[in-house]
Ligand binder design. Structure first.
Ligand SMILES: CC(=O)/C=C/C=C(C)/C=C/C1=C(C)CCCC1(C)C
Ligand SMILES: CC(/C=C/C=O)=C\C=C\C=O
Ligand SMILES: [Fe+2]
Length: 557
């Protein structure tokens, strides 16, 4: 039955200790997994059909079977917002004062429409605030970001704009088709659903964004309210951007792929400003368009521009049709390259061909000086295979739990020589068995950004699994990993928070939000040194999976 999505005042249904009422849309019941499995698969070409056959039903070891699971990771949040106190189990460190916020696609169902891919969901923020001074206390909240895409979908009861794997049906009337065409050419038909990154800017503003340049939003980190649009005062244009600008206290660096004249603009915005300035441009070496640029890396002096064979499909964007990989084509013959641009001069100081790679997330990069000067770049590398994109189709995530279908991944380490050599190397930084051959969603100590570093925190695998299910601390010097795992649970990106005044790289905690097999949701706090659990802070309801987090330290009270 179609359910109204009009905003109505409703009390929270979830039990809570002390919490506020939320203005909540009446959402449809949680998507049934069986229904999702039968849904038509809107992807053609090289991508395998994702309608699951009965022989693909998960064996369902114990209670982790898809039909009986209460796991909330892949189901939409049931109300627009909630906030309240959270009970703490364990002992939070007294120095942990501040707010952890995580962004991600928490709403995959609107009206009768159920999205197909993890990346499609409307952005949901989840917050946990820790107050250690004078006794530990934690409060939590979640809230939908009010993007144009979300508001239009709620108003119409169906998605109106193009999302990662969803193209709206073409208009029926000629007049509306002209409108559609304008929308395609200007990019207005694309989503602004900011479910990817969450960036505390150096000036105190907090920005959420996706990969379209159409609109990024500013949010209030306390109420999670969407407080406005982030308006650039420059006229750089372009349709797409990296989902992961590199932000420090002083600057914001990002890449703008040029789909018309294949290349990338490397741009910089000073903290406090709304104007991006071009540092330089890198032309693509392979064609016919830039490689997907979800993220990139930078050292203290250089910006590293990756060019991989999963390339933006201009035809898909202009025709509003899905390409074999949604908005992308896999073009192995186009080659893989890494470009290094000097931040201060805008000159490309290296442009090398590298072995084929497929990386969504770069971890870090640093310079190596001496006779063999080079830039070292680490990423979560999927063995040059785009299959990981299909792994993230919601029906697969829901129905293949317990099946060993997560493609292998490793920490890929590039070495880009700065002596003009035409080739760069790609090696495996540590034995992937250390992290169960699963590897993505990474963070590091931000004090090591762009510098030589030892530890990375990521989601790894305890097999059999269809999605990363461990939190893993990787020691890139000892080439060892330590993992946290809870049977049936899905943890999100482990986010490192340094202890104030710390000098050791791993002196701090790691925070992750976990959706557990019994339907519960909690924020987990691990000691980053020992990687042992020190506390968990429970939400009164299960939380959907989410992507990336940030930390906003509290100001002294
Ligand atoms: C969250 C995440 O990892 C990736 C999200 C990517 C998105 C939302 C990409 C969106 C796009 C469109 C809606 C059409 C244009 C191309 C592209 C930027 C891929
Ligand atoms: C969750 C994910 C990949 C998992 C692979 O093992 C990618 C998410 C990308 C968005 O930031
Ligand atoms: Fe990401």
């Amino acid at each position: 039955m179609a359910t109204s999505l009009t905003l109505i005042a409703t009390p929270c249904t979830a039990p809570r200790s002390s919490s506020s009422f939320a203005l909540a849309p009446r959402l449809p019941p949680r998507c049934s997994n069986a229904t999702a499995a039968r849904r038509r698969v809107p992807v053609r070409g090289a991508v395998r059909a994702t309608t699951l056959q009965s022989d693909q039903e998960p064996a369902g070891s114990g209670d982790s079977g898809a039909t009986t699971t209460k796991l909330s990771a892949w189901t939409s949040v049931r109300q627009e917002r909630w906030e309240g106190d959270l009970p703490i189990e364990g002992c939070l460190p007294p120095w942990l004062n501040g707010t952890y916020i995580r962004n991600g696609p928490g709403m995959w169902d609107v009206g009768e429409h159920a999205f197909h891919h993890l990346f499609d969901g409307y952005a949901t923020l989840v917050r946990v605030s820790f107050r250690g001074w004078g006794g530990a206390r934690a409060t939590g909240a979640h809230r939908q970001i009010e993007s144009e895409a979300y508001r239009a979908a709620v108003a119409r009861g169906r998605p109106v704009l193009r999302e990662f794997s969803h193209c709206p049906a073409p208009a029926k009337s000629l007049l509306h088709r002209v409108g559609d065409l304008v929308g395609l050419v200007t990019g207005a038909a694309l989503t602004d659903n900011p479910n990817s990154a969450l960036l505390p800017l150096g000036d105190g503003r907090v920005m959420c964004l996706t990969e379209t340049t159409k609109r990024s939003v500013l949010i209030d980190p306390d109420t999670l309210e969407t407080v406005g649009r982030f308006r650039y005062t420059d006229r750089l244009g372009g349709m797409v951007q990296s989902a992961h600008p590199i932000v420090t206290e002083t600057e914001f660096l990002t890449l703008l792929p040029d789909l018309v004249r294949p290349g990338h603009l490397v741009v910089r915005m000073e903290a406090g400003s709304n104007e991006r300035k071009v540092i330089g441009r890198v032309d693509c070496r392979g064609g016919p368009s830039p490689g997907w640029l979800h993220s990139f890396a930078a050292t203290e002096k250089y910006v590293v521009v990756p060019e991989m064979p999963l390339r933006y499909s201009s035809a898909s964007l202009l025709a509003s049709e899905l390409a074999p990989f949604y908005a992308f084509d896999w073009v192995p013959a186009s080659g893989s390259y890494m470009h290094v641009m000097c931040k201060s001069t805008g000159k490309t100081v290296a442009s090398v061909e590298v072995p084929p790679f497929m990386a969504i997330h770069f971890i870090n990069a640093y310079e190596e000086e001496g006779d063999e000067a080079a830039v070292v770049v680490d990423c979560c590398e999927h063995y040059g295979d785009p299959a990981i994109i299909e792994t993230l189709v919601l029906s697969r995530l829901r129905l293949l739990r317990g099946k060993d279908v997560l493609p292998n991944a490793r920490v890929g380490r590039f070495r880009i020589p700065l002596d003009g050599s035409p080739f760069g190397e790609l090696e495996t930084a540590l034995d992937p068995e250390e992290h169960g051959r699963g590897m993505d969603m990474c963070s590091i100590n931000p004090a090591r950004l762009g510098r030589k570093y030892r530890y990375a925190y990521a989601c790894g695998a305890r097999r059999p699994c269809n999605f990363p299910n461990t939190l893993t601390k990787i020691d890139l010097v000892e080439k060892k990993a330590k993992s946290w795992h809870e049977e049936g649970s899905v943890p999100s990106e482990p986010f490192f928070v340094a202890r104030p005044g710390a000098t050791d790289e791993d002196d701090g905690v790691v925070i992750s939000i976990v959706s557990s097999d019994d339907g519960e949701g909690y924020a987990l706090v691990l000691d980053a040194t020992t990687f042992e659990e020190i506390a968990r802070v429970r939400f009164p309801y299960g939380l959907p999976y989410g992507f990336h987090g940030c930390w906003i330290p509290a100001t002294e009270e």
